[in-house]
Design a protein around this ligand. Sequence first.
Ligand SMILES: Cc1cc2nc3c(=O)[nH]c(=O)nc-3n(C[C@H](O)[C@H](O)[C@H](O)COP(=O)(O)O)c2cc1C
Length: 194
Amino acid sequence: MGKIDFKPGNMLYPLPAVLVTVRTPGGEDNIITVAWTGTVCTNPPMLYISVRPERYSYQALKETGEFVINLTTGPMAKAVDYCGVRSGRDVDKFARTGLTKMEASKVRAALICESPVNIECRVKEVLPLGSHHMFLAEVVHVTVDERYMDEKGTFHLEGSDPIVYSHGTYFNLGNAIGTFGYSVRKKKKRKKKT
Ligand SMILES: Cc1cc2nc3c(=O)[nH]c(=O)nc-3n(C[C@H](O)[C@H](O)[C@H](O)COP(=O)(O)O)c2cc1C
């Protein structure tokens, strides 16, 4: 089997492409698209976003220490791209994309109503890594769209048409191929008909 050597680089894909909302100390709401993000701890619930210092959002993140991660869907894909190629220095991204704002519960930043999940975060540490600074943050509140809850109280993110980002392209998720632990789960025996 042939393998080709690549120079060290970012090859960890696919990734989520999330919309991060921030509010300047002056009260102006902005949205930045972020793919360098991930979960880092279950308890306490913690995650990170990595942002270049030259981004307009960076200053607000640094000054307020608060932000919201809004998960994204197929119908939101165009807005996701737009918020990643235009700056809040020049445009009001809420107005341009038509995304709807809602007040967050615990942090000073807007939630995006169209998102199936809004994750409110408070920054614990900023790590200047190089091109990007990593904002390590604790999750302080979560809201989900009630449309994706079933009668048993289980949340079904897959119902919202979540998107992922891979090597410059946005994709929908494909089909489910298994659930946690399915590789070792014993099959239920069928009862023989008498
Ligand atoms: C799919 C996608 C993912 C991106 N991921 C990041 C990221 O992880 N970190 C970052 O600093 N910029 C990222 N960007 C670029 C910023 O979103 C972009 O520079 C944006 O215009 C900055 O907005 P602002 O100037 O209003 O803060 C991404 C852009 C796209 C389209």
